[in-house]
Design a protein around this ligand. Structure first.
Ligand code: EPU
Length: 431
């Protein structure tokens, strides 16, 4: 298993190109199952989750090809992948695959909409909480599917096709909205989604579906209307920039007291996080090129945040913001409202000398002027990158174990950080 060695203390200075968003790429790739034509996705990040999903989709019958590197193209530039599901050869998504990546459960929607049936393993819990799929199944049932659970699998059937319906989500769910959008795109009649997720990744999926011929109004708002069509076409689409990657490096820059340009990042995707960063004493400048984040000299001020669905403060940046607050001059309260168990990083941050106390769904962080490097262990993707941020600012050496979590969601992390002056080295298991 690879490890990452970090010697902290260097401010980050330079340019970090922001990759395509993992959480947009996954539903966009899954949408290729909806048509027998070719869906071309540009700017796909080179991530373990993307490679795994390509394998999962190919089991269902998706042929794919990846464009080679072009003249003058950077080593880390996003990939262009062509995906064609001419024929669906298997409507079963087995436990071995779905348990490795929860988002692959979402194949249930296009398989059901296109083939009238799907048998997809329940994903099970994960490090950040129980993460049920009841609302995804509720949406499919509202659209006329029959749903049964059999030996750990969801068996969804709609042999006469799906029908448009009113779907009201009692709680905002990103996955539920993705699934409902894909299913409704091929249903007969009109579907109205109430309390839909407004995350930019939902809008990105809707944009691709519209290019494929879907009729969708209101994506990006909480009420979305979809007029179903009989078939969808191929399309070409560029994956939007990863707001969570951008937010992560923004916090790293603020933490180390540096000056970075996050190339391609969009301020409108990150408003709540940028507001919190500014309150903490960082300077944020948005331009055509991206976002420039600076903190020169001044102290980190404590800021209270509470996670919420978009446009609120993203749960996927909670751990990273907590890392920043461990060095604030004062006490901050960080409240997690989306996932019940997303504080696994607290114990590991404590290994750097951070002072954090849990109170129900909140963490009370008492900032310390100095963190000390330590060996730490990653537990999930966002938790592990919070440890990287803390290590960048800690005195001395840290070793981050279980780096495979980072590889799921951060493209070329060591290269991007090293280019900005950080002392970061990957130690491969063979070394
Ligand atoms: N929920 C239910 N029932 C459901 C679905 C969701 O109770 O049927 C609950 C969840 O347990 C949670 C809340 O609703 O409490 C929100 O969950 P949501 O469905 O929005 O999450 P998701 O679609 O499973 C995506 C991202 C997560 C991100 C969340 C919230 C992807 C692949 N995953 O998950 O990203 O934290 O939205 O923004 O898009 C990550 O990238 O590290 C990650 C965990």
């Amino acid at each position: 298993m690879d490890r990452i060695r970090i010697v902290g203390g260097n401010p980050l200075n330079g340019v970090i190109p922001i990759s395509g968003a993992k959480n947009a790429a996954l539903p966009l790739m899954i949408a290729s199952l909806l048509t027998d034509r070719t869906v071309t996705l540009e700017n796909l990040p080179r991530l373990a989750d993307v490679s795994l999903l390509v394998r999962i989709l190919s089991n269902h019958g998706v042929d794919y090809s990846i464009d080679g590197r072009r003249q003058g193209e950077e080593q880390d530039a996003g990939q262009t992948v062509h995906m064609t599901a001419r024929e669906i050869v298997d409507t079963v998504a087995p436990y071995e695959l779905v348990s490795r990546m929860r988002a692959s459960f979402w194949v249930v929607a296009p398989l059901l909409a296109r083939c009238g049936e799907a048998r997809v393993s329940l994903p099970g819990g994960c490090a950040i909480g129980t993460r049920p799929v009841d609302l995804l199944l509720m949406a499919l049932e509202r659209l006329g599917a029959s749903i049964e659970i059999d030996a750990g699998y969801v068996v969804a059937k709609a042999h006469k096709g799906l029908r448009g319906a009113e779907v009201t989500f009692p709680k905002v769910t990103v996955g539920g909205t993705h699934v409902a959008l894909m299913a409704a795109a091929l249903a007969q009649g009109t579907t109205v989604l109430h309390n839909a997720a407004r995350e930019p990744e939902v809008l990105d999926l809707a944009d691709l579906l519209v290019k494929m011929g879907a009729r969708i109004r209101g994506a990006g708002q909480s009420v979305i209307e979809i007029d179903g069509v009989a078939r969808l076409n191929g399309a070409k689409h560029r994956v939007l920039p990863d707001r969570i990657e951008a937010g992560t490096y923004a916090m790293a820059a603020a933490m180390t007291g540096g000056d970075v340009m996050l190339q391609g990042a969009k301020a409108e995707h990150l408003k709540a996080a940028l507001d919190a960063l500014e309150q903490s004493g960082a300077t944020v400048d948005a331009s055509e090129e991206g976002l420039r984040i600076r903190r020169n000299g001044g102290p980190i001020r404590p800021v209270d945040i509470s996670t919420a669905p978009f446009p609120g403060f993203p749960t996927d940046l909670q751990a990273q913001f907590m890392a920043l607050m461990t060095r604030a001059k004062g006490v901050s309260r960080i409240t997690e409202t989306i996932f019940e168990n997303r504080f696994m990083h607290v114990q590991e941050l404590a290994r750097f000398g951070a002072q954090i106390r849990l109170e129900g769904d909140s963490a009370i962080v008492e900032g310390r002027p100095v963190l000390k490097g330590a060996p730490v262990m990653a537990t999930d993707l966002r938790a592990s990158v919070s440890l990287v941020i803390a290590a960048l600012a800690a005195e001395g050496e840290s070793m981050v174990q279980r780096v495979y979590h980072l590889d799921r969601g951060f493209e070329a992390l060591e290269r991007k950080l090293s280019r900005c002056g950080a002392d970061v080295t990957r130690i491969s298991s063979g070394d």
